[in-house]
Write a protein that binds this ligand. Structure first.
Ligand code: NJP
Length: 235
């Protein structure tokens, strides 16, 4: 597989739309998520653009799933041109009512899942002459919000992880882009498309990700803050 990109959380929402946009740009793709039926549908949609699309039912909160199913999805791949860390969950609960298990679950998916996925992918990214890590963060990565202690902690944590990793992988010519997005009209937090009026659309984020992968390989776009003109950022 040439020019291959791994995308997590590719079964719906932002991840699905990024997959379709990168398929249109003729990248081969490895798509991870838990819902096999939804992944199969995304695979079929992407395959019409002519490149190989592999899917794998990986739960990023489960290290064993990443080490077994995730690692198997990379068999036969010599190098990755990029990875999009997108899988994420969020639950808005007042601090005093946030259970330890729900706090842990949010960190397990959004932060520790990102860490474990990146650790698996790094040797493949290093084999590309130039490669990219693109991470879907949030305005909750830099602002505090009521009822979002778990989500904000996970997204702020990602910030530290990426800024540290950046220092380690520059010599390997791996560029890291952190996209800090405000509300996007997806299935996030049990919503459905149409519920978040005035929000960004998944396609807006997908076009930005495609732009990043089309940038000259020596250019590192470090951070992008994105919001709809109709909706606030950080409030
Ligand atoms: O949400 P949604 P988005 N293992 O619910 C997957 C960030 N963001 O597209 O496993 C593996 O439509 C899930 O797949 P499945 C947000 O923090 C959003 O909006 O099959 N995959 C699905 O494909 C997140 O990082 C907004 O259920 C897991 C995908 O994740 C990213 O955008 C605002 C998984 C979620 O699709 C994409 O979220 C913002 C697991 N354990 C940042 N758990 C917004 N929408 O307003 C979930 O600032 N997934």
């Amino acid at each position: 597989m040439n020019r291959t990109i791994l995308i997590t959380g590719a079964s719906r929402g932002i991840g699905k739309t990024i997959a379709i946009e990168l398929a249109k740009e003729h990248f081969s793709l490895i798509l991870w998520a838990r819902s096999s039926e939804d992944l199969c549908a995304v695979q079929s949609e992407c395959e019409q653009y002519g490149r190989q699309i592999h899917i794998a039912c990986v739960d990023v909160s489960d290290a064993a799933s990443i080490q077994s199913v995730g690692a198997s999805s990379l068999l036969g791949v010599t190098q990755l041109e990029g990875i999009v860390i997108n899988a994420g969950i969020g639950e808005w609960t007042p601090f005093e009512k946030t259970s330890l298990s729900s706090f842990r679950e949010t960190l397990d998916v959004n932060l520790i899942g990102a860490f474990a996925t990146l650790q698996l992918a790094l040797p493949y990214l290093k084999k590309s002459p130039y490669s990219r890590v693109v991470v879907i963060g949030s305005d909750s990565s830099e602002f505090g919000f009521k009822n979002r202690a778990a989500y904000c902690s996970s997204k702020w944590g990602l910030f530290g992880l990426l800024e540290s990793l950046r220092e380690e992988v520059r010599e390997n010519k791996i560029a890291i882009t952190h996209i800090l997005s405000s509300r996007v009209d997806t299935y996030f937090r049990n919503c459905k498309p149409g519920d978040r009026k005035g929000a960004l659309l998944p396609d807006h984020i997908a076009q930005i990700v495609a732009f990043i992968f089309k940038a000259p390989p020596t250019v590192e776009i470090r951070e992008l803050k994105v919001s709809s003109i109709h909706s606030p950022y950080g409030k």
